[in-house]
Design a protein around this ligand. Structure first.
Ligand SMILES: O=C(COP(=O)(O)O)[C@@H](O)[C@H](O)[C@H](O)COP(=O)(O)O
Length: 281
């Protein structure tokens, strides 16, 4: 790759990662992927400007969103934090047998115009429509890399074959496979599922061969310490941080949890210690 492009990728990566190589990114694509019901617990957070202001104040390192939200809420993301724009998605409204496909809803040029620091796309590895998503990812990565932008792959193993052979999509053998496929298809960062233990997640990190692996947050845990423990283990396993949505916006006041996550991710604090320091215990 031309030296200028790789300098661009390196500089833009640094907008997400602190010097310790770790990051906490807020995810805000749920209104599209899950539907606005995800915001019903704290309805004011359906307004991206309100929740983004809160997460900025609390100190997250970056925000991930789809291009449409970035058009009117992207400038709430402070210029010294990373803006990740995701170019593929799907709604929960489609027929079940088409849920294993993400469609492209924007182009690299759109993300660049919106001020993106990184460009993301999902691949459901193992889906019957894997081929379509591989092609989308290849095209997005090729354009983005050409322009010096890092590419994030949401590397999610999903599909009937996986369920049959491994029992669940979070089995570390398939998560590890997805992470490896992400690396080999050109990802600069990987977002994937929790495998259930530090030991198995460490294998996912190894399979990613140096490409940063980020946890995909998952459903809100009633006890915030349970989530802090998972993130702690991700870091212990060599993971580079987390991309978190529901555990943040489904809390009326997300600030203490965000600050506790920052303690765990950036300062290696134990989950209980971090929770106590932020008044969560
Ligand atoms: O990847 C996504 C959806 O995954 P899903 O199909 O719900 O497994 C994104 O909508 C979210 O950005 C991601 O799940 C992170 O948000 P939380 O899981 O922490 O809410």
């Amino acid at each position: 790759m031309d030296a200028y492009q790789s300098i661009g990728i390196r500089r833009r990566m640094k907008r997400f990662f602190r010097r310790n190589g770790r990051t906490l990114i807020f995810a805000m694509d749920h209104g599209f992927e899950h539907g606005p019901t995800d915001f019903e617990e704290h309805w004011e957070h359906v307004n991206p400007k309100i929740i983004i202001r809160k997460v900025m104040r609390a100190g997250v390192d970056g925000v991930m969103m789809l291009p449409g939200l970035a058009r009117f809420a992207g400038d709430e993301v402070k210029p010294d934090r990373g803006l990740m724009i995701k170019l593929t998605s799907k709604t929960n409204l489609r027929p079940k047998d088409e849920q294993l496909l993400q469609s492209q809803l924007g182009y690299v040029g759109d993300a660049v115009k919106l001020g993106a620091d990184a460009i993301a796309a999902t691949v459901y590895w193992g889906s019957p429509q894997e081929d379509v998503m591989m092609r989308q990812f290849a095209e997005i990565a090729s354009y983005a890399h050409d322009m010096g932008f890092p590419v994030v792959q949401f590397a999610y193993p999903r599909g009937p074959y996986i369920n049959k052979k491994y029992g669940k999509k979070e089995d570390y053998r398939v998560v590890m496979y997805g992470a490896r496929a992400a690396v080999e298809s050109g990802a600069d960062m990987i977002k994937t599922y929790w495998t259930g233990s530090k030991e198995t997640f460490a294998k996912v990190v190894d399979a990613a061969a140096g490409v940063p692996v980020l946890l995909s947050g998952g459903a809100k845990t009633e006890n915030p310490v349970d989530f802090l423990r998972v993130v702690y283990d991700v870091i212990e396993a060599g993971g580079a941080g987390a991309v978190v949505g529901r555990n943040i916006f489904q809390r009326e006041n997300p600030e203490p949890l965000i600050k506790a996550l920052i303690r765990v991710i950036h300062r290696n604090e134990e989950p209980e210690e971090a929770a106590k320091a932020e008044g969560l215990l």
